[in-house]
Design a protein around this ligand. Structure first.
Ligand code: CTP
Length: 404
């Protein structure tokens, strides 16, 4: 996606650098348009190095390329961070006396603004009226938040964190034109825990990183996302509804309640067994004895249940296998896909030192006909590839059902 990052002249301008880096790392083509005063806070070389594109604030640079409208016309998204009181006023009035002004006017792309200023300025009726005008015309306003301001002041007016602004901006762009725009997606992530007594549980090493990455990628693709999180060791992405669960039974209920969604993804490591008789009080060594045994009973297979129910949703499962041989790994995946009845199965390899947490990973996505996608890299990039496959499938199903 082609993203224009506008920067106006406030001290928070230095934080725009972090947002640019995050957008570039996520694979976007970023063009930075600073105002002249923004360039007094952060240098052009920094912005060019991070965005990997030339940076100018000058309408009269490179006139042959009609830069003053070309950037805006070709943008898929414009995000201005920070948006100062002055820039908000100019944008609300439609002023075009610099490159940022002409770029915004020449664009039909979604506009996301992250205001930053002192509390007194933010609360001025003039500023509030400008913000209202911009919001009424369709701009998305992210923040400001309360916190430390320049010069030792504190209060409402601090720019939202750059990653929050980026997340909100990508979600806005996704909803406008993403491949999952208008779709609902529910993803179960993390690892379920089965209580033994009030303080102990049987659990697994899943951090939820992959499911959380899928939730973020689906949100960026435009979906309305619910994350059913079982003991997540990662924060839920912003813009995603979080439903927290602990046990398999809770996860199962949460998924069945939401089974009407367009896409159901079971990325959670679900405990196959639960403790037969959970003790009401903490068990002591005296009650355990020397070689205790814990009787387990099998849990229902949530994925198989979701797949077997009458449904119009696309059901996606995961299989984390320790199988080292590639053919055997895929064979296990194919058998699991058939056994569970899911539409797609994402297969990856795990081991004591492989697969868990924020590490690079490789996945293959299988359907009944074989491998339909093969992706390797960070969990974020792999999640994007999985979501692209889901989006293609969802689009194909709607076309065949005639509702596209
Ligand atoms: N799964 C589920 N409910 C269970 C167990 C697993 O919904 N009780 C889902 C997982 O979320 C995942 C898929 O099934 O999407 C495969 O999980 P896995 O643990 O590999 O499946 P098992 O049936 O436990 O396979 P195995 O026979 O290899 O233990």
């Amino acid at each position: 996606m082609r993203v224009v990052v506008g920067i106006s002249g406030g001290i928070a301008a230095y934080k725009a650098a972090l947002a640019i880096r995050e957008l570039v790392q996520a694979g976007h083509d970023v063009h930075v348009v600073p105002t002249a005063s923004a360039l007094r806070f952060v240098g052009r070389p920094t912005l060019e190095a991070l965005s990997r594109n030339p940076v100018t604030d000058e309408v009269f640079d490179d006139v042959a390329a009609v830069r003053h409208v070309a950037l805006g016309q070709s943008a898929d998204l414009i995000v201005v961070l920070p948006a100062t009181a002055n820039t908000l006023a100019k944008l609300a009035t439609g002023l075009a006396d610099d490159l940022l002004g002409t770029t915004v006017l020449a664009s039909r792309a979604p506009l996301v603004l992250a205001p930053a200023m002192h509390t007194e300025m933010w609360e001025q009726p003039a500023v509030q009226a400008n913000v209202r005008t911009l919001a009424e015309r369709g701009a998305t306003i992210v923040g400001p938040v309360a916190g430390a301001l320049t010069g030792g002041d504190a209060g409402l007016g601090r720019m939202a964190e750059p990653s929050e602004v980026v997340a909100a901006a990508l979600a806005v762009a996704g909803r406008a034109s993403g491949p999952l725009a208008g779709r609902t997606l529910v993803v179960a992530a993390g690892g379920t825990r089965e209580p033994i007594d009030p303080v102990r549980f049987l659990g697994n090493r899943s951090s939820g990183a992959m499911g959380v990455a899928i939730a973020a990628a689906a949100r960026d693709a435009g979906a309305e996302v619910t994350l059913v999180g079982a003991n997540l060791q990662r924060p839920a992405p912003s813009g995603v509804a979080l439903v927290e669960v602990e046990t398999t039974e809770q996860l199962r209920a949460a998924m069945h309640e939401r089974a009407a969604a367009d896409v159901l993804v079971m990325a959670a490591a679900v405990a196959d067994y639960r403790v037969d008789e959970v003790a009401d009080a903490k068990r002591s060594k005296a009650s355990w004895g020397e070689r205790p045994t814990i009787a387990l009973v099998q849990n229902p297979d949530v994925l198989a249940e979701l797949a077997a129910a009458p449904r119009s949703s696309l059901v996606v499962g995961f299989a984390a296998e320790t199988e080292q041989d590639d053919d055997a790994l895929l064979a296990r995946g194919t058998a699991k896909l058939a056994r569970k009845g899911a539409d797609l199965l994402v297969v990856n390899r795990v081991g004591h030192d492989e697969g868990f947490g924020d590490v690079d990973t490789r996945v293959r996505v299988l359907d009944a006909s074989g491998v339909v996608a093969d992706a390797a890299g960070s969990k974020a990039s792999v999640a994007r590839a999985i979501v692209e496959t889901i989006a293609r499938r969802t689009a194909a199903r709607s076309t065949s059902e005639g509702d596209a």
